[in-house]
Each structure stands twice: as structure tokens, then as C-alpha cells.
Design a protein around this ligand. Sequence first.
Ligand SMILES: Nc1ncnc2c1ncn2[C@@H]1O[C@H](COP(=O)(O)OP(=O)(O)OP(=O)(O)O)[C@@H](O)[C@H]1O
Ligand SMILES: [Mg+2]
Length: 210
Amino acid sequence: MLAVKDLAFTYRRGGEELFDGLSHTFAPGALTAVTGPSGRGKSTLLYVLGLMLQPTRGVVEVNGAPVSSLPDSSRASLRAHQIGFVFQDAALDPSRSVLDAVVEPALYAGVRRSTASTRARELLAALGVEDRVDHRPGEISGGQAQRVAVARALVNAPTIVLADEPTGNLDRANAATVLQALRWAAAETSVVIATHDPFVLEHADEVVAL
Ligand SMILES: Nc1ncnc2c1ncn2[C@@H]1O[C@H](COP(=O)(O)OP(=O)(O)OP(=O)(O)O)[C@@H](O)[C@H]1O
Ligand SMILES: [Mg+2]
């Protein structure tokens, strides 16, 4: 279970404070949309939830324990094992195959390649892109790339999935497929989506407005 208490973040001393002391619990099994005008801190909130940035005030809790102030190595380990990221525009390495892109975070977490490949293929099949495993990210559609990015985020069976504008450049049909993929992931995890997309907002279980 993921929660924030009295959360605030500033990039620079004396700079604009983001989140305004936000307190929220992101329920497991729920799909939460974080929305708000450009520049309000949606992406930054995902980085703070993902333990890549440390809050300047307040705390991020996982399963009731404060984690945002843990040492770098502990946060890196939590990130590798418990948190999956779907970055904006998929951001897949163009030089390697779709399968490699999905397998990589598992290898980083210490999983054997054969085990990771099996899991990656299962996820890609569940997301309907199994026939693209040997393609390069440049050879698949935007909607397929986003589904691959979702598979990559899920390969370590994270308890938290964070997605930044995952439907940003997609048409409605592809947005629906990606949202369905995240909804599928949300069966066992807390999914947090930073988005402006009215379609995502309409289908989220909860909306946090920054
Ligand atoms: N690395 C950085 N250093 C300093 N300020 C930053 C940095 N990254 C973002 N900001 C500022 O922090 C604020 C929040 O940025 P953020 O990217 O989180 O907004 P956002 O809500 O995701 O916006 P958008 O909808 O445009 O993606 C903005 O004012 C931005 O200019
Ligand atoms: Mg953003």
C-alpha cells in the first residue's frame, strides 16, 4: 500500500513549492489519476512516489513504513523490486528488441534471463503484442510501444505502477488498450497515472487534482 502524508517538494531552495502538503492513500487494486494544469507537478509527484526524488516535506509510505528518507541503496532496491515505471512516450531503447526491453528490469533485479524471458513473453501475450517480441521499438506502433512499456513496468511484479501520460500521443482505440493494460495490472497493484486525458480521468477509480 502506497501513501503520502503532508507532502511537498521544491526543486530549488526558495523555489515554488509543489503538492501543497498532499496527503493521500493509493489503494491497492485501484487506478488513480493525478491531474492538474501543466507545471503543477504531476510528473514530479511520480518521481517522488517512485523514490527518485526525496520530498522536501512530508513522507512517502509503503505498507505503513516511511520509505522516502531511506538511504539511496535501500530506495534503489525498493524501486527495482516493487515499483514499475511507464515513462512518457514509452522511451524504449531503439537499438534492442521488444523482448530485451521487457526483460531488462528483471535482469537488473537479479532474475535469471530464462526466467525473465518466460515472464516477459507471458506479459507481452497478455497485452496482445506477443507477435512483436523480435521487433525493434522503432518498428511497432505507438500504441504497441506503450503496451510494451507497460509490460516492462510489470515484469518484476511490482506492488506499485507509475505511468506518466501513458496515453498522451495515442488515438482513442490505443488509449483504451493501454488503459485496459493498466487496469489489468491494477488487479494486484496500486496504479498511479499522471494525465490530462479526459478518457483516462473518466475511467479512473480515483482522481487526485494538483
Ligand atoms: N529538474 C527541474 N529543476 C527545476 N524545476 C523543475 C525541474 N523539473 C520540473 N521543474 C518545474 O517544476 C514544476 C512541475 O513540473 P512537472 O514536470 O512535475 O509538471 P507537470 O504537472 O508534470 O507538467 P506537464 O503537464 O506539462 O507534464 C514546473 O514548474 C517545472 O518547470
Ligand atoms: Mg508531466
